[in-house]
Every structure is written in structure tokens, then in C-alpha cells.
Ligand binder design. Structure first.
Ligand SMILES: [Mn+2]
Length: 209
């Protein structure tokens, strides 16, 4: 006998994924995300340390992530990092859709030796970034630490999230940055997780997010 599948069950188990291509005179980018993934990553931004940070998002967010970016690195890394943040935000927004059944809020503390960071995220529909990260160095390899803010600003604006990022302790800039990206990944994973007690429900008394 055929057992009909309830539409809500299909929604709850469907794999949430999206691919976005964004081309400008400064960058040509394709980002593919699978929110219900296993952390598989294929990353090529041309900035080694930035690829290392995107890998943290995939691994600790359990997001399958492909980023292909050809940016104007002969100028500097600014357009590349900012525009990957924008395109990643657009892909996450598309994959998460109407936000039915997600937990909406997520937060995480992540240490790495002496460094400790906290990230809190809300899929509120209202973009906002509040970031306090006193980097101890201007550069990490070929990555300008000022660009961490640009990445998260681009993401918050286009994923339509409220994002609070604080580095609470840290001496080594590589450690500081890595704890920020790992905590972001864990917070993202928690917020995007489907809550079986709230299947098919938009987590807002307004009825939309
Ligand atoms: Mn590292």
C-alpha cells in the first residue's frame, strides 16, 4: 500500500541548497551551499588564509561549500573578500527560503589556545553587524585583518541576519580570526537547524521573517 507523504515531511527532510553567481568588473564569483551537508568544501579565492577561514565555516557549520572566485587581487584582497561575503549571504538566504522550521537563533563560544570568540546570530530579516575584534596584527599571511569585517558585513546585509561578533581574548591574530570564523560556523549551524517541535512554523509572532 502506498503511504502518502505529508507536504510538511517533504519540507522538513528536503536538502536546502542554492547556487549563486555574481559577476562585476571587480570579481566573478560562484558560491554553492548545502545547508544540510557534511562540511565538504572546495575553495578557490586566491587568498590562502581566506580559504582556510571559509573551510572553518564548512567544517564547523556542517555546510557543504563551494566558492570559486576570480577577483582583482592585483589591487588587493578587498573586493574578493567583500564580494564572497555578499554572494555567500545571497546563497544562504536562497537556501533557507521562508525560514519555516528553523531555530532562528544561534550562538557559540569557540576557543583556540589563548584566543576566545563569541558569535550570536538571528535570522531576523533585518541586516545588522556589530563586531568588536581588536586584531593584534594587520595582516595574517596574505589576508588583511580589516577584511574580516567586510566579509561579515556583506554576509549580514545579504543573508538578512543580525550578527554580533566579539573576540573576548586573544594574542595571536591567526588564532583570533580562526575563533571568530569557527564560532560563526557553529552559531550558523545552530540557527539553521530544523526544530522538529516547530516543523513548518515560521519562528516569529509576526508570522514572517
Ligand atoms: Mn589555522
Amino acid at each position: 500500500m502506498n503511504t502518502p507523504t505529508a507536504p510538511e515531511a517533504v519540507v522538513a527532510t528536503a536538502l536546502r541548497s542554492a547556487s549563486v553567481t555574481r559577476n562585476t568588473a571587480e570579481t566573478q564569483i560562484t558560491v554553492t551551499v548545502g545547508l544540510d551537508g557534511s562540511g565538504r568544501a572546495r575553495l578557490a579565492t586566491g587568498i590562502g588564509f581566506f580559504d582556510h577561514m571559509l573551510d572553518q565555516i564548512a567544517r564547523h557549520g556542517l555546510i557543504d561549500l563551494e566558492v570559486d572566485c576570480k577577483g582583482d587581487l592585483h589591487i588587493d584582497g578587498h573586493h574578493t573578500v567583500e564580494d564572497v561575503g555578499i554572494t555567500f549571504g545571497q546563497a544562504v538566504a536562497r537556501a533557507v527560503g521562508d525560514k519555516k522550521g528553523i531555530r532562528r537563533y544561534g550562538h557559540a563560544y569557540v576557543p583556540l589556545d589563548e584566543a576566545l570568540s563569541r558569535v550570536v546570530i538571528d535570522f531576523s530579516g533585518r541586516p545588522g553587524l556589530h563586531m568588536e575584534v581588536p586584531f593584534s596584527s594587520g595582516m595574517i599571511g596574505g589576508f588583511d585583518t580589516q577584511l574580516a569585517f567586510e566579509f561579515f558585513q556583506g554576509f549580514a546585509n545579504h543573508a538578512l541576519v543580525t550578527l554580533h561578533i566579539d573576540n573576548l581574548k586573544g594574542v595571536n591574530a591567526h588564532h583570533q580570526c580562526e575563533t571568530v570564523f569557527k564560532a560563526f560556523a557553529r552559531a550558523l549551524r545552530a540557527a539553521l537547524e530544523l526544530d522538529p517541535r516547530s516543523a513548518g512554523v515560521i519562528p516569529s509572532t509576526k508570522g514572517s521573517l
